[in-house]
Each structure stands twice: as structure tokens, then as C-alpha cells.
Ligand binder design. Structure first.
Ligand code: ADE
Length: 227
């Protein structure tokens, strides 16, 4: 998979060199390139923002630098991802969909967002997804893009050594994950649930399923048709 990121803060993405995704980059499973939007602004101050038409607070990112940057990156088979608190929710299902794409381009906006014509222009040509990480506002798309790249990248075949470990995670089954325990069997007076030491695989599976249902109902009733 190829991933391009356009941002005014390229240094934000240094963390992609570490951990699992760093290995995936080194092994060539995911080819990530970061581009500085300011290189596509040609005035003396390399201006990328301006005041909003119609008035209001904050600044809007100008369309010209975005157009020039993206024209050099996107192709017919690219998907343009625009992180935005006004986007559709980014979920595990979205991550699965994006993991099947060959080329993702992340456009990280700052300030009050990117001039809407940029999104509309590319939406006429390629797949464009405006996606929100959650119902809260970040200072820009960088942290959201990073979270999305991690969620998508770990689903790319080969990135996670044991793909079975992906199946039992929170949100894959529509339920939250069951609680996990490891040695020692007794820690600070707290015992591991005895069923997990029983060696009875059927009983373990049943207990885990019951835990998933209980936890989901308590913490995320919305996932199972509750409030
Ligand atoms: N940019 C600012 N806030 C955001 C959010 N909640 N999700 C995605 N991108 C954002």
C-alpha cells in the first residue's frame, strides 16, 4: 500500500518510523511519503491560509497550494482522505475498507479547514472520504491522520505477524473485547478468573463471550441497539 500525507507539519509524522508501522515501512509493505504543503505556496511568506468569505472566526486553507500539491500525488486509483470533525465517523469498518485500497492520500487541514472547492474538485475525479475520529475537535488533521494510518496499516496483510490476533479485537465482532489476564495467577490479592485456568476451552469461550456482552452493554450500549 502507498500512503501520501500532505501537511504543514511534516515533523509530526516522525513517529511513523517506530513500532509496527516502522517495520512495515522498512519491509516495503507500506510506502509512506510525507509532503510539506508550504512547498506549494509561492509567495514570500509561503502563505497557506486566508480569512473566510462571509466572515467569521479563524482562517481557511487556500485552495491553490492544495491543488498544486495534490495534483502531483493523486492518480486514478487514489483515495483522498480528509480528516475533519465534520466528516463521517471513522470506524473499524472504515479501516477495513481503506486497508483494501492501493493508494491513500491524507490531506491534513489546520485552522477552520480546507476551502471546500478542493474537496469538491477531487470528489469529481476520485474517491474522497471526509472522516472524523470522534465527536471532539483537534487542532488539525495530523493526529487524526496518524490514528487512521495506524488503524488501517495494521490491517494490511503481513503487517501483523499473527492475523488471528486481529479477529478477536474490540469492534471486529460488533462487541468490545473481553478482559485479558496473564501470570501470576494471584497479584495483590486479586485472582485470575478460575475458568481461565480450567483448561476447558468451551467454558473459556463461553465466559469470554459473556464478558464481551456484559462489558459492551455497560460501556457502549449504543453498539448493541441500546441508548
Ligand atoms: N480535525 C479536527 N478534529 C478532528 C476530528 N475529530 N477528527 C478528524 N479530524 C479532525
Amino acid at each position: 500500500m502507498r500512503v501520501d500525507i500532505v501537511t504543514i507539519f511534516p515533523e509530526f509524522f516522525g513517529v511513523l518510523d517506530v513500532s509496527l508501522l516502522g517495520r512495515a515501512r522498512q519491509s516495503g509493505l507500506i510506502d509512506v511519503r510525507v509532503h510539506d504543503l508550504r512547498e506549494f505556496a509561492h509567495d514570500r511568506h509561503r502563505t497557506v491560509d486566508d480569512s473566510p468569505y462571509g466572515g467569521g472566526a479563524g482562517m481557511v486553507m487556500k485552495p491553490e497550494p492544495w491543488g498544486e500539491a495534490l495534483d502531483g500525488i493523486v492518480g486514478e486509483s487514489s483515495t483522498l482522505v480528509v480528516p475533519s470533525p465534520a466528516g463521517a465517523p471513522f470506524t473499524q469498518a472504515t479501516a477495513r475498507e481503506l486497508a483494501a485500497r492501493e493508494h491513500l492520500v491524507f490531506a491534513c487541514g489546520r485552522y477552520e479547514g480546507i476551502d471546500q472547492r478542493v474537496i469538491d474538485h477531487y470528489a469529481d475525479r476520485i474517491e474522497v472520504r471526509e472522516l472524523s475520529l470522534g465527536d471532539y475537535v483537534l487542532n488539525g488533521g495530523e493526529v487524526a491522520a496518524m490514528a487512521m494510518i495506524e488503524a488501517v496499516g495494521r490491517l494490511v496483510p503481513g503487517v501483523i505477524g499473527n492475523p488471528a490476533s486481529l479477529d478477536e479485537e474490540s469492534h471486529e465482532s460488533g462487541l468490545l473485547e473481553y478482559p485479558s489476564y496473564t501470570k501470576p495467577a494471584l497479584w495483590r490479592g486479586r485472582a485470575v478468573p478460575p475458568v481461565l485456568l480450567s483448561g476447558n476451552h468451551g467454558a473459556v469461550a463461553e465466559w469470554r463471550r459473556a464478558q464481551q456482552i456484559e462489558r459492551t452493554g455497560r460501556v457502549r450500549p449504543d453498539l448493541i441497539g441500546g441508548e
